[in-house]
Structures are given as structure tokens and as C-alpha cells.
Ligand binder design. Structure first.
Ligand SMILES: [Zn+2]
Length: 458
């Protein structure tokens, strides 16, 4: 395959060049490559490394609710959004070893995905012999695991003792601990207080989970990291304050990494007072618009390292008629819109350069999670995971154009710029001009290399 005449963008810069692909790999990037290969005309288009989404929940079953998206629809949505690899969570259910949890997840994933995928573990408890189990997990290519500091009495929650013991060992074992940081006592207490006062409508969703809960749990995680020497990664940060704490800790030598999500950059808490509040229920909640400028600055200044969609495709219909913030399963679809939103609201406004977008959406996630340079890169030898993005068309975004089965988008009606035209995974076109052209099973499991601070922080 020869991709000819486009503007190639990597974290290092932009150039007019062609890309020659053979056997699923990039073999050459240079202007004016000749040949009679299967040619894709990329004139006028941006040619980017495929997006590596480090945070998705496809086919999430919480025990009480299930997402409308499974691996087929969720990965189709990924392909249409220029995502060529996503990292999905394998929940550790009660009594399961890590390897059993991984095997259970792989049975649901393998053969069903349109694009490539890796796995993070979600660790809820440490059973007998967990240390050897952890080594075996890293050996199997799962080199990151998430701890939830909240959602007590669900399949997710891990107490501080579990979290701390895990971090005593994780760094030496090549595992990166990820943290959903919200102080559970604060959000539980606030929720009880609101409900007791009869304040249960969706307009209180954000009030119930104040920013201080997030900042406190991040501070705790930084202390655990400082004490144990193990690295720590904070998912979906919603406000500037925890990012500032992380930046300070890094200056002191703490190995800490910050992720945010597009929704915290382009939506704010004012929507909870409106009639469509059900479209914006995620945790942490949307925050005040006043913090957003700072988040954009942190992205441009590399104080936030990665962007994940936190795609969680619960159907909007499951929320109809439930005007009770404590009774809704939180989560929004987003895997298809990250690149579109970052381009539309970051690049066209001058808040980010194109190279920043590639760094945040492709290079850094691949580096942090041990997929670099196979993924997230267009260097010779890399997998030919490539997105062709047309930066010209403007439209109002409609959920009907998206491929998630959630059936809605929190970005419905927003004016966006550009469009993913073609998505290529290991040299194979999986999406083109609005249509999924690949098949489930085109995507394969990707083993992640053990965590390496040098690689992650370059
Ligand atoms: Zn999540």
C-alpha cells in the first residue's frame, strides 16, 4: 500500500511525504515514493498515526447494568474515530485470579474487534499467591491495572490496603497502577446528605461528587507512589488542581502520569441544570467552565500526558424517566469523537498544535502502556496503523452518524471541523468514508511491554 501526497504529522513535526506499507508495517516515509502498489490518494489530508485510546469500557457489565456497546459495535465506533488500538479493562470478579479475569475478558474480545486492543486489569482484591499471579499477568502482556478508590460495595472498589500493598510490589514487577481517584467517604457522604434533603434530581449529579474528592485521592496516590517508589497513573482527571499536584510531585522525582478526557475540555457542569442532563452523566462529573482554559494549557505544556475517551456506551433509553442521580449507571460514549474534538476545539482555536494532538492521542498512550514504537508511531518498522483526516469539512455533529449503540452523543449539535476519512490497521483499511469496511476479528490482542519510566516520560 502506498499512501501518497498527504501531510504526515507525528509528535516531532509535519512533512509532505508518502508512506509505503508492506506486510502490515510502515517500511518507508519519504516524498515522491514511486511504485504501482495499491495507492491511496491523501492529497489535502492529514496522515496521522492511529489513535491509541488508553481508556475504554466496551461491553461493561457492572452486575446491575450493561452497556449497549459490545466489542463489535464499540470497536466499529473506534475505527470510525481513527482509533486503531484501544486499551480495555478486564474486571477481576470475586474469587478470580488475575489470569482467570484476563482469560474471561479475552474470551469476549478475541475475534470480535475491528481494531487492535490491549488489556488493563481492574484489581479489586489480592488473593493467596497474588504476587506470582501478578508476575504471570505481566508475562501475559497486561502491564497496567486500575484501582477504584470509590464505588464501594460494587465489583470495582479496592480499599487502601489493597491499593498500597499492590503498589509495594507493582513498580518492581513492571506494572503501572492506574487510579480512579475519588475519595469514597466524601462522595458517599455528600450523596446521603443530598438525598436526605430531597435533592435527588440529575441536576445534583455534579454536586454529589465535588472536586475536592478527586484532589484528595490523587494526593493519597502520590504519597503511595512516593513511599513505595512505584509509578502511578491517574485516569480521567477533570480539574486543574490534581494536575498541579502531579506536576509538583514529578518535579520531586515521583513517577506520576496524568490522563484527562475530551468531555472535561469541551463540556461543563451547566448542562446538569438543563433538560438533557441524562446525556452527561459520568464520573468524575463535568466541572465549572473556569478550569477548562487551564486544562488546555496543561495539555499544551505536557503536564497532562494522555487523553482517554473513557468510552462507556450505556444506552440513553436506560436513563429515561429516572430523575435520580444516585440511580443511574454513569458513562458516556466517546471513542469515536476524541480526535474530532481535539482537532475542532484544540487545533482550530490555536490551543494545541497538531503535533500535540498526535503526542497526546497516539504517541504518549503507546509509550506509557508499553506499545511503543510498534503502535502510535509512523517510523519504519511500526505497525501501519494510520488515520487519514480531512481537516476541511464543518458540520453539526449528530449521534446518527456515530457507530456506538448508545444511541446518543454528549456532543450532539456541536459544530465540529474535519472528519476521519480512512482508518488503516496493520495495513488493512477498516473504515472508509462513513462505512466500516473491515470485519470483526480484524483487530488482534496486543501484548504490552512492562512499564518503563524512561520510555513513558521521553
Ligand atoms: Zn473508566
Amino acid at each position: 500500500m502506498l499512501i501518497r501526497g498527504g501531510t504526515i504529522v507525528t509528535g516531532a513535526g509535519e512533512q509532505e511525504a508518502d508512506i509505503l506499507v508492506r506486510d502490515g508495517k510502515v517500511v518507508r516515509v519519504a516524498p515522491g515514493i514511486a511504485g504501482d502498489q495499491d495507492t491511496i490518494d491523501a492529497s489535502g489530508l492529514l496522515v496521522l498515526p492511529g489513535v491509541v485510546d488508553p481508556h475504554t469500557h466496551l461491553l461493561l457489565d457492572t452486575g446491575t447494568a450493561r452497556t449497549a456497546d459490545d466489542f463489535e459495535s464499540g470497536s466499529a465506533s473506534a475505527a470510525a474515530g481513527g482509533v486503531t488500538t484501544y486499551l480495555e479493562f478486564a474486571p477481576q470478579l470475586k474469587g478470580q485470579t488475575f489470569l482467570q479475569a484476563l482469560a474471561a475478558r479475552r474470551r469476549l474480545m478475541d475475534g470480535h474487534s475491528h481494531v487492535d486492543y490491549g488489556v488493563h486489569m481492574t484489581i479489586a482484591h489480592l488473593g493467596d499467591g497474588w504476587e506470582r499471579d501478578l508476575d504471570a499477568l505481566v508475562e501475559a502482556g497486561v502491564t497496567s491495572a486500575k484501582i477504584y478508590t470509590t464505588y464501594r460495595d460494587t465489583i470495582f472498589y479496592a480499599d487502601d490496603w489493597t491499593w498500597y500493598r499492590l503498589m509495594e510490589r507493582s513498580g518492581g514487577g513492571g506494572l503501572l497502577v492506574q487510579v480512579h481517584a475519588e475519595n469514597d467517604a466524601i462522595v458517599e457522604g455528600m450523596t446521603r446528605q443530598l438525598l436526605a434533603a430531597g435533592k435527588r434530581s440529575l441536576r445534583y449529579h455534579g454536586v454529589a461528587r465535588p472536586a475536592v474528592a478527586e484532589a484528595e485521592a490523587v494526593a493519597r496516590g502520590l504519597l503511595f507512589s512516593r513511599t513505595t517508589g512505584s509509578p502511578v497513573y491517574f485516569v480521567h482527571l477533570s480539574t486543574p488542581e490534581p494536575v498541579a499536584l502531579i506536576a509538583q510531585a514529578r518535579r520531586d522525582g515521583v513517577q506520576a502520569i496524568a490522563e484527562t478526557c475530551p468531555h472535561y475540555l469541551v463540556l461543563d457542569e451547566s448542562v446538569y441544570a438543563g433538560p438533557d442532563a441524562a446525556r452527561y452523566l459520568m464520573m468524575p462529573p463535568l466541572r465549572g467552565a473556569d478550569g477548562q482554559a487551564k486544562l488546555w494549557q496543561y495539555l499544551a505544556g505536557a503536564a497532562i500526558h494522555t487523553i482517554g475517551s473513557d468510552h462507556c456506551g450505556f444506552a440513553l433509553r436506560d436513563r429515561l424517566g429516572i430523575d435520580d442521580f444516585s440511580a443511574v449507571s454513569p458513562g458516556i460514549p466517546g471513542v469515536e469523537t476524541s480526535l474530532l474534538l481535539l482537532y475542532s476545539f484544540g487545533v482550530t482555536t490555536g490551543r494545541l498544535r497538531l503535533t500535540d494532538v498526535v503526542r497526546l492521542l497516539s504517541e504518549q498512550p503507546a509509550r506509557v502502556f508499553g506499545l511503543w514504537p510498534r503502535k502510535g508511531s509512523l517510523m519504519p518498522g511500526a505497525d501501519a496503523d494510520i488515520v487519514l483526516y480531512d481537516p476541511r469539512p464543518q458540520r453539526r455533529l449528530a449521534a446518527s452518524e456515530l457507530h456506538s449503540r448508545a444511541g446518543f452523543s454528549p456532543y450532539e449539535g456541536m459544530t465540529v471541523t474535519g472528519r476521519v476519512k480512512t482508518t488503516v490497521v496493520r495495513g488493512r483499511v477498516v473504515y472508509r468514508d462513513g462505512s466500516i469496511v473491515g470485519k470483526p476479528g480484524d483487530g488482534i490482542y496486543q501484548r504490552c511491554d512492562p512499564f518503563d519510566w524512561q520510555r513513558a516520560s521521553t
